[in-house]
Design a protein around this ligand. Structure first.
Ligand code: SF4
Length: 518
């Protein structure tokens, strides 16, 4: 399905063209940058309507723009339109969605939030919402809703919301202030003396809605692109197992570990502590050089708790990793309650001439969940660790998991607010999955853990990204385990397949990372 990636939605009205032929006006608007047109003129006789729809199909194709037909699904199908635009007086959204499947985009005209919510639940891909301002063409719909109501709709709906009704260049700042970056209009373009110029000015005033940190194709601030921007070459992370253990296993913080923990699922098989660090590194670098053409490397101390040793032991391990000329830095995964002052000082010193990323496991922003999964630390421990690590010239990455038993989606989404409130540079997110040898696998077999469906996880990941500030880089959106030990869910995806599933969901919605950040 095509993405809703057009900020300006032009609706036709042949009576509002200042006496000029509608097709001439539309051609000028398309030349000015309109990328989606809705044929409305619903008072036309059937034959003329279909004829106009066909002409518009040809014209919009010429400019690579989308064509929507107001209400008439039969006409949309007959002329090969990209979508239909429905409303309260048209066929129900759910019925049209059933009839057309995902091949047809569906827009919906809504005059209130409850109505819009229902349309989205029924399958609408975007909403035109209004009238926001007073306008003669929408007088029949009552008093204008205003920008506060518009803002509530933008915040509440998981699809693009187009401000409709009386939108003009002079009130665009108020629309943007309401968090709305999509507009639908008629006369501001079609009645303008120069529709091409009017379109250009509106688009320029709307601004490029994607923040500069966000990759325009991916709609995400990906860590890979961040590294490329920062170091101007292709960089891969190479996992090593430095032989650490974990205080949540050896009894100093807890025993048994987190209920999902089986470190075999974390790492490639060649990273075992019996293999010297330098050999693990060589094998990992050779693999990434060959497979991805990587030029430089970040050594990732991943398995167990990689600050759980004396500062001397840590210094020896980290320095050995940094000794290779192609290694630009280290990434150190640890628990928030296992970060001694000595470890922090060591990382601070290394960060003076190398890249350093400190990866802290939060997993959930809910203390009750952290207790249930035997995590052995609290949200407050995490916040304290982040604050102690901040301002030391290294990146801080937070690890999160979605799908814990008893976790509500809206609570998970609040973790984006927590991340936004802290000096965190990067995030790793993955679905909760049970692997052999864990308490979670036993819970799954007893029916106490029901994994998320792939669709629910992808939707939640997209929701999460929309709430996450654009400056936070995304390192991971998926957790995988070897199929031999993966119990559930067994999606069998590769990392990049999940990545693109989430990217495609953002494209479908016409949103991006940070879209819902105020
Ligand atoms: S903190 Fe990490 S290594 Fe320790 S038990 Fe939990 S998941 Fe495993």
């Amino acid at each position: 399905m095509k993405p809703i990636d057009f900020p300006l939605y032009l609706i036709t009205d042949r009576t509002q063209t200042a006496g000029r032929p509608l097709l001439d006006v539309l051609r000028a608007a398309l030349a000015g940058g309109v990328r989606a047109v809705q044929l409305r003129d619903k008072d036309l006789p059937d034959g003329e309507y279909v004829e106009l729809a066909r002409a518009l199909r040809v014209l919009t194709r010429e400019f690579g723009a989308l064509l929507f037909i107001n209400r008439r699904v039969d006409v949309a199908l007959a002329v090969g339109a990209d979508g239909v635009h429905l409303g309260a007086a048209s066929a129900p959204v759910a019925e049209v969605r059933r009839r057309c499947g995902r091949a047809m985009l569906i827009g919906y005209s809504s005059h209130g939030l409850a109505e819009a919510r229902q349309a989205v639940r029924d399958g609408a891909d975007f909403i035109t919402f209004g009238p926001v301002f007073a306008t003669p063409s929408k007088a029949a719909y009552g008093e204008p809703l205003g920008c506060e109501v518009l803002q509530r709709a933008v915040e509440a709906l998981p699809v693009p919301v187009f401000a409709l009704g009386g939108v003009k260049p002079e009130n665009l700042p108020a629309v943007r202030k309401a968090g709305c970056s999509h507009i639908a209009l008629i006369s501001a373009v079609s009645a303008a003396p120069d529709p091409c110029r009017a379109t250009r000015e509106l688009l320029a005033n709307l601004g490029n809605p994607l923040p500069t940190a966000v990759h325009h194709e991916l709609r995400i601030n990906s860590y890979g692109h961040y590294l490329r921007r920062r170091f101007d070459c292709r960089i891969s992370k190479v996992n090593v197992d430095a032989g650490f253990t974990c205080p949540n296993r050896d009894g100093s913080k807890g025993t048994g570990g987190c209920i999902y923990c089986n470190n075999v699922s974390f790492s490639p098989k060649d990273t075992q502590p019996v293999i010297p660090l330098e050999e693990q590194l060589s094998a990992g670098m050779a693999y990434h050089r060959h497979r991805l053409g990587s030029e430089k490397f970040i050594v990732y101390f991943q398995k167990y708790t990689n600050t759980y040793a004396s500062a001397d032991v840590l210094a020896d391990l980290y320095r050995r990793a940094l000794a290779h000329p192609d290694v630009i830095g280290i990434s150190v995964g640890t628990r928030p309650d296992s970060l001694t002052d000595g470890a922090l000082e060591l990382l601070t010193e290394i960060a003076r001439d190398h890249y350093v990323c400190l990866e802290l496991g939060l997993q959930s922003r809910d203390d009750a969940i952290l207790a249930r999964i035997n995590r052995g630390h609290t949200v407050d421990d995490f916040c304290t660790a982040v604050k102690r690590a901040a301002g030391r010239n290294f990146d801080i990455c937070a690890h999160l998991i979605h799908g814990f038993p008893g976790e509500r989606r809206e609570d998970f989404l609040k973790s984006a607010d927590l991340i936004a409130s802290l000096p965190i540079d990067s995030v790793k997110l993955h679905q909760l999955h049970a692997v052999e040898g864990t308490e979670l696998a036993a819970m799954y077999r007893r029916g106490e853990f029901v994994p998320l469906t792939l669709e629910k996880y992808v939707a939640a990941a997209a929701d999460f990204l929309e709430r996450l500030p654009a400056h936070v880089t995304i390192q991971r959106l998926y957790g995988s385990a070897p199929l031999a030990i993966c119990v559930a869910p067994r999606w069998g995806l590769k990392n990049n397949q999940m990545w693109f599933a989430v990217v495609n969901e953002l494209r479908r919605r016409g949103t991006w990372q940070g879209y819902r950040v105020g």
